[in-house]
Design a binder for this molecule. Sequence first.
Ligand SMILES: O=C(O)CCC(=O)C(=O)O
Ligand SMILES: [Fe+2]
Length: 268
Amino acid sequence: MLTPDVARAKREQMLRDGYVLIENILPEDFLDALRAETERLIAAHEEAPEHRFQGQHIKVAAVDNALIKKLLTWEPAYAALAAMGFGDFRPDRDRPAEVIILTKEPGGPPLYWHQDWMWWNDPLSLSPWPEFMSLSYYLSDTAVSNGCLKVIPGSHLRRFPIHDQLVPAHEQGARFVDDDDPIMFSDAPEQAYVEVKAGDLALMDARILHAAGKNFTEQRRTLVLSWHRRPTGTIPDYWRGEIPPGILERDPNAEYEGSRIPGAYLKP
Ligand SMILES: O=C(O)CCC(=O)C(=O)O
Ligand SMILES: [Fe+2]
């Protein structure tokens, strides 16, 4: 269990940097069961060419899979979130509770720089606290050698030069870039590597710029990721800071056209 001080420090890191690690959330027997289940699902799946930078890309709904249901209701994870003030995050309400199994295959390519926020026209993009985050469980230890995650801390709230040089994420273009694209696979001066132990829980604000390296090892590096959202239009109980006028004045009934391209709401 996180002590109140540790939980607060982790929340502060999440708000400031856009990511944080919560160590040792899944025990070894649960990890083993997830390894066996993901290997079974991967064996029955054919990796689509457009997913090669993300590896296998398999969506599994909790209603279809007891082990995934167990993961998406895993008490130690949700207790840690609650201790941090993130107890109102739930699996994304726009679709059934699900995970995405993502991999780096042995020798697999790096993943391009991108962020996963899809509502840059919505003033919610100004939120100083997270509204939409990924919960990521890596099933093996990660390091630069097997293509660990890298992030640009603070890039969820502030525009960095690389924001204006990227091809938009995933289906909007990045899936089709050349393997040697000099920007999409670059080392950014501000980047930080996120090395994890199997069983840690990694949280990322959907707005943060992130990428992953090439897997130089002979072992598959598997990640089970799920998107979680808090109730839109509410202020978190822990928030004591100023509330951006754009958030206060946001019309909850307006239709904001989706966009993966950070616009005027992301300021330098
Ligand atoms: O492979 C990883 O570590 C990150 C995956 C990711 O960010 C994505 O597929 O959107
Ligand atoms: Fe991502």
